[in-house]
Ligand binder design. Structure first.
Ligand code: C2E
Ligand code: CA
Ligand code: CA
Ligand code: CA
Length: 278
């Protein structure tokens, strides 16, 4: 038993060492990623459950590393958050999305709002609101075309700060969505104060909808809650017709997921306008 314990311990440290090296090497590579133009954005449609038309897009960052290939945000966003690099990356995402909205408009495409994910550090920046005013003015994009997604846990971390910031940005015309809803520890009385335009049901509740009665009950409760607070509800991670059917039958407003469309590069978005997502 002593032996096994010791081996376990050694295995554990070796793994931890490996992980620490990996984190360092990602952090180092991130330093050059922006100037080398290695980031790109993919867009995924949000589909109106009734009309089956695309009503919004979510911007999702990707990192095209010269050696590692396409790196997903789950592998580098939290590292960038720890190192402080997330601010610069977040600024880049906002500018890039606004430029893209303008380019789509110039190409004569219909306007749909684009949702951008905010990190904690980005949201906490005191300058974020001023920066948004400047970037929106410089791009000539109407504020209503920009939607900011804040996870439930980020929003709940400092409630009065969140309410103040959201109120100031809402006054500019920017929209808000509460992301990954159901995974944090929401106080419902605080949720009300956010007055979010949208509440996004976390995909972990959508995944097993066709087999898990608890998840069905949770999803129905979130839909009712959101509607009672005057918010629209979006279900993410929709992959099957069974999930879609349940969500539609229970009044979910918008759906997003691989069943309709995986995230795609900006050039392919033109093909999604006017398409019927059945
Ligand atoms: P998220 O905001 O919850 O985004 C949804 C994730 O689910 C995306 O992963 C999306 O590609 C994926 N997804 C969409 N439909 C389906 C589906 O039907 N099934 C499954 N299994 N997955 C689906 P992605 O693009 O890898 O992004 C992961 C996370 O990284 C995002 O989760 C978000 O928290 C973060 N992220 C992405 N872009 C940005 C960004 O620009 N800034 C910040 N701060 N975070 C970002
Ligand atoms: Ca999101
Ligand atoms: Ca989410
Ligand atoms: Ca997530």
């Amino acid at each position: 038993a002593k032996h096994a314990g010791r081996n376990n311990y050694q295995f554990y440290t070796a793994e931890m060492h490996e992980r620490a090296c990996e984190v360092l090497s990602i952090e180092n590579s991130l330093r050059h990623a922006l100037e080398r133009g290695e980031f790109l954005i993919h867009y995924q449609p949000q589909v109106d459950a009734r009309t089956r038309q695309m009503v919004a897009l979510e911007a999702l960052i990707r990192w095209q590393h010269p050696v590692w290939g396409l790196v997903s945000p789950d592998q580098f966003i939290s590292i960038a958050e720890e190192s402080g690099q997330i601010r610069e990356i977040g600024d880049w995402v906002l500018k890039e999305v606004l430029a893209q909205i303008r380019a789509w408009r110039a190409a004569g495409l219909p306007a749909v709002p684009v949702a951008v994910n905010l990190s904690l550090a980005q949201f906490r920046q005191n300058s974020l609101c001023d920066q948004l005013i400047d970037s929106l003015a410089a791009s000539g994009v109407e504020p209503a075309m920009l939607e900011l997604e804040l996870t439930e846990s980020i929003a709940m971390e400092d409630i009065s700060f969140t309410v103040d910031s959201m109120d100031r940005m809402r006054a500019l015309g920017i929209r808000f969505a509460i992301d990954d809803f159901g995974t944090g520890y929401s106080s419902l009385s605080h949720l009300k104060r956010f007055r979010a335009d949208k509440i996004k049901i976390d995909q972990s509740f959508v995944r097993n909808l066709s087999i898990d009665n608890d998840d069905r009950a949770i999803v129905m409760a979130i839909i009712n809650l959101a509607h009672n607070l005057g918010s629209r509800v979006v279900a993410e991670g929709v992959e099957t017709p069974e999930q879609l059917e349940f969500l539609c039958a229970n009044g979910c407003d918008e759906v997003q997921g691989y069943y309709f469309q995986r995230p795609v590069e900006a050039e392919k978005v033109a093909l999604l306008f006017g398409r019927n997502f059945t």
